[in-house]
Design a protein around this ligand. Structure first.
Ligand code: GLN
Length: 187
């Protein structure tokens, strides 16, 4: 059984844990380097990326996360997508640089802070996508596969081991995206 961690410093990590369990994984909350090194894959949840960066720094988890991502799968959603990107704007901030995408934070604007839409994803068909102060993926490198778009912008992408969603699959009653990540972890 895949043992998957959920980064539990801030944000909606509990819902991810439930979705992963329903998708057949054993799940642990990760707050320390030792807990990180005990899992085979990791979910970085939505929340507030600037706050998460501060907490990663405080727990000395930033470099260990980067090293973890060199050999093990990470699934980043929303703020987690921002942390995985190679380039972040609005404003610029540091990131792990594990997925070759450039993102713009809070890019859908104030009046459209959150919304639920239907997207069509490669290999999934129709998927509900819940966006909450989401970033927009502005650029994708040559090694990145776009699995779904919304308004022409990529919203579900993967590169090698890693998966990125700018929406919140843990908020939909559908565990297929989590099941897809569990499969990436089990190989
Ligand atoms: N707006 C948040 C950020 O920029 C992300 C929002 C989310 O994770 N739901 O970090």
């Amino acid at each position: 059984m895949a043992h998957i961690g959920v980064l539990a410093l801030q944000g909606d990590y509990e819902k991810h844990a439930r979705s992963l369990e329903r998708a057949g994984a054993q799940v642990s909350e990760v707050r320390t380097v030792a807990e990180l090194n005990a899992v085979d894959g990791l979910v970085i949840p939505g929340g507030e990326s600037t706050t998460m960066l501060k907490l990663l720094d405080r727990e000395s988890l930033f470099e260990p996360l980067r090293e973890f991502g060199a050999t093990k799968p990470i699934f980043g959603t929303c703020a987690g997508a921002i942390l995985l990107a190679t380039k972040v704007e609005n404003p610029e901030q540091v990131s792990l640089g594990l997925v070759d995408i450039g993102v713009r934070r809070n890019a859908y604007g104030r009046q459209l802070d959150s919304r639920v839409v239907s997207i069509d994803a490669d290999g999934f068909g129709a998927l509900e996508a819940v966006f909450i102060r989401a970033p927009i993926i502005r650029t994708v490198g040559p090694g990145v596969t776009v699995l779904a778009r919304y308004n022409d912008d990529p919203v579900l992408v993967e590169q090698g081991l890693h998966l990125v969603a700018t929406f919140h699959p843990e908020l939909s009653a559908d565990d297929r995206v989590h099941a897809y990540f569990v499969k990436k972890v089990t190989g």
